[in-house]
Design a protein around this ligand. Sequence first.
Ligand code: IPD
Ligand code: CA
Ligand code: CA
Length: 270
Amino acid sequence: MSDDYLKAAVEIAREAGEILREEFDRPPQISYKGDVDLVTQADKRSEAAIVKRLTQYFPEHAIAAEEGTGHESASDSEFRWHIDPLDGTTNFAHGYPCFCVSIGLAQRDTVIAGVVFNPFYNELFAAARGEGATLNGKEIRVSTVATLSTSLLCTGFPVHKRLANPNIHYYWDFTLRSHGVRRDGSAALDLACVAAGRFDGFWEFGLQKWDTAAGVLLVEEAGGKVSDFSGQPYRLGGPTILATNETIHEEMRKVALDISQRDPASPLRR
Ligand code: IPD
Ligand code: CA
Ligand code: CA
């Protein structure tokens, strides 16, 4: 059954990706959702295409989509699609080709299918629960890197309320303890890269369900581990996320705990 959902999600992600690709070649049409929170014509067109197609295929399912055009509460279905029509909007608006479409399907609280598609590099990451994860049809696995000191990590910062976000402390500390920390601006692609073994660990604060639904399944199906900072299973939309190749999970978690004890702004202390 998840296979059928995955097939649909792949088809829809490719269709939305084509829209993003087309819009990327045009001068960006930007508006603002807040002080610095961008939204482009591409976010809106991509979401419209995804919502239309999902509604056509699965009229009884709920759809939670970032730009608000889904029908989240209109349904009491146990199935809910979490859609980020363009993850990496700031990159997109600046012409930096690191962005994707992210489509995840949850059955009650469990994500059962997920697709992350980067149309610029034509990289399509896909996973169905219990069936592994793939990149352009080839199986992917998390890395075998064994220690934090030899790892390549990534993280992200929210576009708004940056001052209230504690991540700069973590960024600084993890940078000194690893081969480096990348900040690529697309949480869904960050997670996909952990699944593909390109990054060994990823953490962030305050991500939304549509940012992580597909990516979390990719990491788990590629043999990695996802939790919150206290080691509890990650809940979609939870305040912290730690996704790793599993081997360095506890080491990263201990460091995060240590940093939180020094940083009064950390959510772990609230
Ligand atoms: C953002 C990206 C970014 C993350 C932000 C998200 P958007 O999503 O995933 O990497 O650090 O917290 O809001 O706004 O480009 O869809
Ligand atoms: Ca996003
Ligand atoms: Ca988005």
